[in-house]
Design a protein around this ligand. Structure first.
Ligand code: G6P
Length: 365
């Protein structure tokens, strides 16, 4: 009913707007700025995190993109190899010592069969496992050795929005937590990251306050033949997630590419009817990406950039600004992609909360 949607036309839009609250909940009581620590209710055997050779993330769909983002954060903060693998492709073959490996299953619902299958394979291989989920009492929390909750509150829209933001935020806290245990991050550097995380709810709110502008800008692109999302570093998983949102709810062709790969093939697809949406903020090597965007513009493609002033972006056709928040700036940029996908789908009258052929939680492999 309209009341349940809190006055919004769709649950998805309501959940997009709930992100500042969701993020406050994810962070609540978990940051000690004085000490420069992430306080998570997690206990591992003594010396376990310190002796790790590898952290493996397994997940599907949007949760996989959150996992890719997290793997990058872990590698940069915690000085340990971190990988994200699609749960349906995960095997324990060829890995290192299982006793020096941690496998983290990231799943909003806690019930995705592919992710539970991967977790089972890790458990079977003697690897310690951690579940990162939104759902208390879900199967994943029973099957994993430990659980960490993202506290996003219920998400009804089939297309994940606030849970992605809460996953990346909680996993960023986990990255700091692991880094501390491994003495890989100074208290001062940890404090910088934690301060950036603290800034997330307010920064996301600033983007939401701009929703009308996104809606207006999107009208110019509603007849596009395809949409290409590009980004580097932390902007890459966000580009993939931006494209997935558009596919899911607008049924339009959208792809996310590593910006540097555009010239190695996808550029052949670029025409004046294929807008390029680029993440050009801190944490994404924006100068190099801007060169790739220019290559697409030369072929007539309109360019839309999410910017934070870290590079000069006058060449863009449309720019949306976010505040700089260090490595989590691209997570804020993602909110523009959510609003953009929603606007395109809305103008086409799509079934936004329940897209055709999709389910909120897929319990078959
Ligand atoms: C389904 C949903 C996706 C979701 C994926 C993983 O395919 O339609 O939106 O990202 O499952 O869900 P999970 O609950 O494991 O995060």
């Amino acid at each position: 009913t309209a009341a349940e949607k809190g006055g919004y036309d769709h649950y998805m839009l309501k959940e997009i707007h709930e992100q500042p609250t969701a993020l406050r909940q994810a962070l609540s009581g978990r940051i000690d700025l004085d000490r420069g620590t992430a306080d998570l209710d997690l206990t591992f055997p003594a010396g376990f995190l310190d002796s790790l050779d590898e952290i493996q993330f397994v997940a599907c769909g949007t949760s996989f993109y959150a996992a890719e983002y997290a793997a990058q954060l872990i590698e940069s903060f915690a000085d340990v190899r971190a990988t994200a693998e699609l749960a349906s492709e995960y095997t324990v073959d060829g890995g290192g010592d299982p006793r020096r490996t941690l496998t983290v299953a990231v799943t909003q619902s806690g019930e995705t069969a592919d992710t539970l299958g991967a977790l089972r394979r890790a458990n079977g291989g003697g690897i310690r496992t951690l579940a990162v989920t939104n759902t208390l009492g879900s199967t994943v929390t029973r099957d994993a050795d430990d659980s960490l909750f993202i506290r996003a509150g219920p998400e009804i829209g089939v297309a994940a929005t606030k849970t992605f933001a809460s996953q990346v935020t909680t996993l960023a806290l986990l990255s700091v937590f692991v880094a501390q245990e491994r003495n890989a991050l100074s208290a001062a550097d940890a404090r910088d990251v934690l301060t950036d995380l603290r800034g997330l709810p307010g920064a996301v709110q600033q983007v939401l306050d701009d929703a009308g502008d996104v809606r207006e800008a999107a009208t110019a692109f509603v007849d596009a033949s395809a949409y290409f999302f590009v980004g580097r570093a932390h902007g890459y998983p966000v580009a993939l997630e931006g494209a997935l949102k558009l596919k899911e709810i607008a049924y339009d062709h959208a792809e996310g590419f590593a910006a540097g790969e555009l010239k190695h093939g996808p550029l052949a697809l670029v025409t004046e009817d294929t807008p390029i949406l680029a993440v050009l903020t801190e944490g994404t090597r924006p100068e190099e990406t801007l060169n790739n965007v220019a290559e697409a513009q030369t072929r007539g493609a309109p360019a839309i950039g999410i910017v934070d002033g870290s590079v000069e972006t006058n060449s863009l056709d449309t720019a949306f600004s976010v505040p700089s928040l260090g490595p989590v700036t691209p997570l804020v940029a993602n909110v523009y992609f959510q609003l953009f996908a929603y606007a395109i789908a809305k103008q086409q009258g799509r079934s936004i909360d329940k897209p055709r052929n999709l389910a909120k939680s897929v319990t078959v492999e």
